[in-house]
Write a protein that binds this ligand. Structure first.
Ligand SMILES: [Zn+2]
Length: 407
């Protein structure tokens, strides 16, 4: 027995030294700092695929990037006053690792990704840092979402006690609803990527983009991989008193050639086309997976009572959808050049402008590839944000912070 043990140790020992010999150290060739409208981007280029680790403190104000078996060849970038990075430093650890320490300015959030560059056998690790606006207690100033609210007042003021008729704040509230989640993966792409993860990533980018606007608060119905019923999502929008609600999805279709983005608002009499109806049924299916939500029963009754007032909301939703389509058109093919209308459950809030964006087709391998790429996700988010800005400029009350400050 002792001999066998010795043999095992010997083999392990050889394996370790062989690996140590075979692995040439990682070279950190450049560290670039790019200031963009969206935030500060730190790009770390390496000569091969890095073994790395990211640690952050509780409020994410300090990030440490550790690259195993590495040498820092590049010099650290000079920080501008605009940068969301307060300070940057590097240290070398005992076991040959390089630590890059970032101190971030207050109220920032970050996202990282690693990308293999096409032309060279090199990799780029990116840290994108964006600003978050702190959520403040709103003052009570009434805001006019006149079309919606007055229509509601006329038809349903007596029916709805609190919703939509309460005085609102000078803030504009956006609720982003990343579709699916948890046991409901949504569309599965040609390469196996899941819609629920793709739309969550785009939604987080969109949140970061929108909170950078003055007087705009942004909430996600889910910020992790969890299941929420469709009516639960409506409830979240209502809880936050959303001005607009954006459901984020990515399509799948029997025909893998189908491509392009599309935007939907609620239809008054169900789906307006075969394709829209098919989609509506598909998106509604997750409700069955989630089971009944009893708390929503009286809401359902209410929604029947105020159905008539929905016309104003649908018109506003169509305008919001159109603003976004105009923006998306500049970066991606559109599946349809008009805002579609379908009976999606999540769009049924009677007093919240609600749209559903199909960001592209997971079932199309080319689009799936784009949809999983962080830089493409950011581009989609930025375009959608631009569309929201156009909409707010024509619909938000003059008393809102946004209208007073947005230049
Ligand atoms: Zn979906």
């Amino acid at each position: 027995m002792p001999q066998i043990k010795f043999l095992v140790l010997l083999v392990v020992g050889i394996a370790i030294s062989f690996t140590a010999l075979a692995a040439s150290p990682l070279k950190i060739q450049s560290i670039k700092l790019i200031e963009t409208q969206a935030g500060t981007k730190l790009e770390i280029s390496t000569n091969k695929k890095p073994q790395y680790q990211l640690t952050a403190n509780a409020n994410s104000s300090q990030i440490t990037l550790t690259f195993q078996q590495a040498f820092l060849i590049a010099s650290l970038p000079v920080l501008s006053t605009r940068s969301l990075i307060d300070s940057i430093a590097s240290t070398r650890g005992k076991s040959g690792e390089v630590n890059i320490l970032l101190n971030l300015k207050a109220q920032t959030t970050y996202k990282t990704w690693l990308r293999k560059l096409g032309a060279h056998p090199t990799y780029r690790y990116t840290v994108m840092i964006k600003k978050i606006k702190p959520a403040k207690a709103p003052d009570i100033i009434s805001k006019n979402y006149q079309a919606n609210v007055s229509a509601l007042n006329n038809v349903a003021n007596k029916t709805i006690s609190t919703a939509a008729t309460t005085p609102t704040s000078p803030y504009l509230v956006v609720v982003i609803d990343p579709g699916h989640g948890g046991k409901d993966p949504g569309a599965i792409g040609a390469r196996g990527y899941q819609e629920k993860n793709v739309v969550l990533a785009i939604s987080k980018d969109l949140q970061a983009d929108l909170v950078s606007l003055p007087g705009v608060k942004v909430y996600l119905t889910r910020d992790s991989d969890k299941f929420i019923s469709l009516r639960g999502r409506l409830g979240i929008a209502r809880k936050y008193k959303a001005d607009i609600f954006i459901a984020m999805h990515a399509d799948a279709y029997r025909n893998s050639d189908a491509n392009g983005a599309s935007v939907f608002a609620l239809s008054e009499r169900g789906a307006t086309s075969e394709s829209a109806r098919w989609l509506a049924e598909k998106e509604n299916q997750s409700e069955m997976l989630g089971g009944a939500d009893l708390n929503d029963k009286d809401y359902l009754l209410k929604s029947v009572l105020i159905d008539m007032s929905q016309t104003a909301t649908i018109n506003a939703s169509l305008e919001l959808g159109n603003s976004i389509l105009q923006q998306l058109r500049e970066m991606t093919k559109l599946h349809s050049h008009k805002v579609g209308q379908a009976a999606f459950v999540v769009l049924k809030s009677p007093d919240i402008s609600s749209i559903l964006i199909e960001n592209g087709f997971m079932s199309n391998p080319v689009e799936e590839n784009k949809l999983i790429t962080p830089s493409y996700q950011e581009l989609l988010a930025e375009r959608i944000k631009n569309g929201v800005v156009v909409y707010f400029k024509t619909h938000a009350a003059p008393t809102t912070i946004f209208m007073q400050q947005y230049k």
